[in-house]
Design a protein around this ligand. Sequence first.
Ligand code: ADP
Ligand code: MG
Length: 399
Amino acid sequence: MKEQGYAKARTMVEDKAAILSLLVLVVVVAVFRGEIREKAHYLFLLYFVILLVNRIDARYSIGAALILLLFTAVLLVQKKEAFANQVAIYAYYFLVVGVVLQLIEYIRHGGEEVAEVEGVSAATSIETGSEVKSVSMQSAGNMEAVVKTEAPPQPGAARPNDVGTRIIAIGSGKGGVGKTTIVSNLAVALSAIGKKVIAMDMDIAMPNLEIAMGVKSPPVGLVDVIKRRLKIDEVAFAGPHGVKVIPPGIILEGFTDKNVRRIRSILKRVPRADFLILDMPPGREAAKVLGKVHEVLLVVNPDAASVSDALNMKVIVEKRGAKILGVILNRVAGSGNELSIDRIEEALDLKVISMIPEDEKVKEAFSSETPVVSLYPESSSSKEFIKLAAKIASYGEES
Ligand code: ADP
Ligand code: MG
């Protein structure tokens, strides 16, 4: 409830923009006839700084400029030219504020995206060439029976977003490796040790986190926040163990640059929680939402294809500046033709921080629309999910 209150507060900040625009308008009109008219540009400077500090977007100022321009047109029709001139000046001020804000927003996110993503494609194709070969050549190892449990955490974990929430993206190169399973179970296991957790489904092509968590949600989600139809707390649904679940909704056009920019700004203002866990779709498009403040866990299965695809993902994620906490090796059955942990770590140059066994109970739990840690807390996979949650939480405490 606290987090909802917080989201409301953030929402009010956005609404404040509209109120501020109006207020400035009123002040401008009041100042209009007085001697302090010359000082109007200071007011606009103040207005600009307020918008900038509160990260309020440019559309309100541009909207105000358009209204004033319309007003100017009306005045011109009425042949009140002097008056029209003055109003036009204020329209110009609003326009300048709006355009500069938009420019700053672009420099903050837009430009950086184009440059980084282009860099990624080059790096990926170079690095994977050699690495893929080495993975497939090593692919006939025996899986070690026990995971090398206390692999030291990669440094630099826990960099919270603006509101103090650790954002952890669960990603993979390949689909079907177990991301959704891990998100739902990690979320519940973290919640069970007293953490406030939000799980967000970013997989717009195959959204199934809601099913995995048994959330009967109306067909709304992140997309409605992107399109500014709803606030983030209006699309956060109650899941098991107090976990909040945010479905993606139907995002027809996918991860366009505009949507990516919106998602990045939404992520900065999620309702306050200890963790926001992102169920990422495979592929590079969605990785564009990630940046320096985000942590990533890469999911692989013990086979060469998933590991070489994870390598692509690793390069993309690192280019974005996100921190990779390590690898989760899922669906380990212990059969002879699985890749060993050593080989996976060597191929990816990352630590395997968790090994989840192949477990029939996972599938059973999915059919019951309940995470396995809730339904069968004693199952072999549940024990690993619980250990993983403790490990992830401890990374945060260390740094
Ligand atoms: P992704 O989100 O990466 O596409 P899912 O989490 O949907 O993958 O998993 C794909 C399938 O694999 C699901 O049917 C799921 O039940 C099954 N699965 C995932 N992890 C395990 C596991 N450890 N043991 C058994 N089945 C698993
Ligand atoms: Mg999935």
